[in-house]
Design a protein around this ligand. Structure first.
Ligand SMILES: *[C@@H]1O[C@H](CO)[C@@H](O)[C@H](O)[C@H]1NC(C)=O
Length: 196
């Protein structure tokens, strides 16, 4: 017994549909997948840095962050409810906020964050701080948690919280001397992600 040969396949989509599908995928890719913005610590000013006899430190810093939005179609709204901290050996020594603003497409801007703190250091921390000071190499850590919503054209499409962390090593922390930034590192994470 011989089976009948299979009928030829007519089900192929016409090329125009393939082109539309491919174009749509490409557009969605271009429009909806944001490029990761870039943040860099550019400057640290020390306005106040008092170490009391009981190891309580009182601080005032201005941290200057260079923020770049590389997206051509996407602007970013930075929400009010954000927090930036500067720490020494896991102890927060300064805390502040970024003023809410809209970061335009392909925009580079400097964000100045005022940080202040009053905290007590442990004896070990004071000791290692003095050691770091003598070596002219004080490692600090920064962390920024910022709620962001993404705008594409006029639509607020997505909301999430970004977490930017890293180290910033300075040669000194002293209100009478401008610190020199010796090195910085940078790590970007999407902390919470949800669609509107
Ligand atoms: C970038 O954005 C900032 C903050 O919104 C704004 O002040 C600045 O003028 C913008 N720069 C350019 C080149 O558009």
């Amino acid at each position: 017994m011989y089976g009948h040969p299979l009928p030829p396949v007519y089900g192929q989509p016409p090329p125009i549909l393939l082109i539309i599908a491919a174009t749509t995928v490409l557009l969605v890719y271009i429009l909806l997948i944001p490029k990761i913005p870039d943040y860099k610590i550019e400057d640290l000013s020390v306005k106040k840095f008092n170490v009391g006899p009981d190891k309580t430190i009182e601080t005032n810093f201005i941290l200057a962050i260079r923020a770049e939005n590389p997206n051509t179609k996407i602007s970013l709204n930075y929400g009010n409810n954000n927090e930036v901290t500067l720490s020494y050996e896991d102890t927060v020594i300064g805390k502040g906020n970024i003023p809410a603003f809209t970061h335009g497409q392909e925009n580079v801007t400097m964000i100045n964050v005022w940080l202040s703190g009053k905290t007590q250091l442990g004896s070990n921390q004071v000791e290692s701080f003095h050691k770091n000071e003598q070596q002219g190499k004080i490692p600090l850590q920064y962390e920024a948690m910022v709620p962001i919503s993404v705008n594409i054209f006029r639509f607020h499409l997505k909301k999430f919280t970004i977490k930017v962390t890293g180290d910033v090593t300075v040669d000194s922390i002293n209100p009478d001397k401008k610190p020199k930034i010796l090195s910085t590192t940078y790590e970007f994470n999407i902390h919470k992600f949800f669609s509107l």
